[in-house]
Ligand binder design. Structure first.
Ligand code: AMP
Ligand code: GLY
Length: 423
């Protein structure tokens, strides 16, 4: 099979690294890819939202399957673009339809879905500029902290958690009246604050059956001890030690099954990855959010723990016979430490030469924000490299990643040294 992966981060490097190991892969393309993906496939200079050019490329290169990394093309309807066009419908897209992608693209849509299917989640109401006064009243009825969420995609920045009522009201006003997050905050979901520890659970589905993938916990804040600004993710561990069999059973029964059944009941076409953003509150799982794709950096620990053939699993997803496929997992722990550019997630410089990658022997280095310049790899983003290691437990896996990082150099590099501190 010929496969095209859309995206350019650590997630896409991890997926392409795994698909390259499949017995049934012929050609593997990554668009646009990075300096790491070119070692496992062929990078193609295409933008992930330029569907016309992606289709031209896929047709002229006999691509059979497209695996979509980020949410943007999914929310923009890449699944429908291919499946609705008779000339393109033989090219199978791994991902949900445009309608089902609203589970990530609209917080209100996701909350309504959860309510309809009795999936545990925080109580909420949503507001527009016309109902701003009602929004203030609703805030007054809640206890601090106040959780405000821009309804639409806001590059991970659309959620505000505020301690002070007056501040929460002012932020609500700014989101609705001043378009603080642009179009994304035309509507705002206000929800109850949930106090607990978060984890991420992943599944693949063909819309009828599903397979649960390894779970993971990511570290979003830039600073040690989960302080400072939010980032795309500074590292991750898998499995999550507190997610024991009992807890995972609750998650499967109360969240995963009702979600997949909900797709069928609502007539949603969903053939792809499902990311359940969860929080454990008093021993019970609650859903914080759905994402319609894999997580990054979670993928860099989830995928390495899948022993079986990922392409075979994804064939089951697009062919609708996922129930006949087997998934075999690695019992070991995996962790990844994200090396980032100094200054990230605020302003940072790019184009710094990366050296020492060839000295890393006992970790897998997934490239995130890198590009090739001649025969060198240089930094090209905030998150630069995800250094993944395996061991019998997450602490040893982390220690191995930190040891490997000692070999890797680029100017102004930064990474968190305390991952797993809360486990
Ligand atoms: P989201 O984009 O919905 O995942 O929200 C971003 C982050 O905000 C989550 O990962 C949580 O840390 C936090 N968060 C979101 N909703 C809640 C909530 N209802 N209670 C507590 N924390 C929340
Ligand atoms: N690491 C969180 C995400 O991918 O959304």
């Amino acid at each position: 099979m010929n496969v095209l992966i859309l995206g350019s981060g650590g997630r896409e490097h991890a997926i392409s690294w795994k698909l390259a190991q499949s017995n049934s892969i012929d050609k593997l393309f990554i668009a646009p890819g990075n300096a790491g993906t070119q070692n496992v496939g062929v990078n193609v200079d295409l933008s992930v939202n330029d569907f016309d050019s992606i289709a031209d490329f896929a047709l002229s290169n006999n691509v059979n399957m497209i695996v979509v990394g980020p949410e943007d093309p999914l929310v923009n309807g890449v699944y429908d673009y291919f499946s609705n066009n008779p000339k393109l419908s033989a090219i199978k897209v791994v991902g949900p339809s445009k309608e089902a992608s609203k589970l990530e693209g609209s917080k209100e849509y996701a909350k309504e879905f959860m309510k309809r299917h009795n999936i545990p989640t925080a109580g909420y109401e949503s507001f527009t500029v016309e109902t701003l006064e009602k929004g203030y009243k609703f805030l007054e009825s809640l206890q601090a902290p106040y959780v405000l969420k821009a309804d639409g995609l806001a590059a991970g920045k659309g959620v505000l958690i505020l301690e002070d009522l007056a501040e929460a009201k002012e932020e609500l006003r700014a989101m609705l009246e001043d378009s603080k997050f642009g179009e994304a905050s035309r509507k705002v979901v206000i929800e109850e604050f949930l106090d607990g520890i978060e984890l991420s659970v992943f599944a693949v589905t063909d819309g009828k059956s599903y397979k649960i993938l390894p779970n993971a916990k990511d570290y979003k804040r830039i600073g040690e001890g989960d302080t400072g600004l939010n980032t795309g993710g500074m590292g991750a561990v898998s499995p999550v030690p507190f997610a024991n069999d009992d807890f995972m059973k609750k998650i499967e029964d109360r969240v995963v099954k009702p979600t997949i059944d909900g797709f069928a009941k609502d007539g949603l076409i969903y053939k792809g990855f499902v990311f359940f953003g969860l929080i454990k509150v008093d021993g019970e799982p609650q859903v914080i959010e759905y994402n319609v794709r894999m997580g990054d950096p979670e993928t860099e620990v989830v995928i390495p723990r899948i022993k079986s053939d990922l392409l075979d699993l994804l064939k089951g997803v697009v062919d609708g016979d996922l129930d006949t496929k087997l998934i075999e997992l690695d019992e070991q722990s995996a962790c990844t430490v994200m090396m980032v550019s100094g200054g990230y997630p605020e302003a940072y410089e790019k184009g710094k030469e990366i050296t020492g990658l060839d000295k890393v022997k006992d970790s897998i280095v997934f490239h995130a924000g890198t590009k090739s310049v001649g025969d060198k790899a240089v930094t090209a983003g905030g998150r630069v490299l995800a250094v993944t290691s395996y061991a019998d437990n997450f602490k040893d896996a982390l220690a191995q990643s930190y040891k490997s990082i000692e070999n890797i150099k680029f100017e102004k590099q930064n990474f968190r040294t305390d991952l797993g501190f809360d486990l």
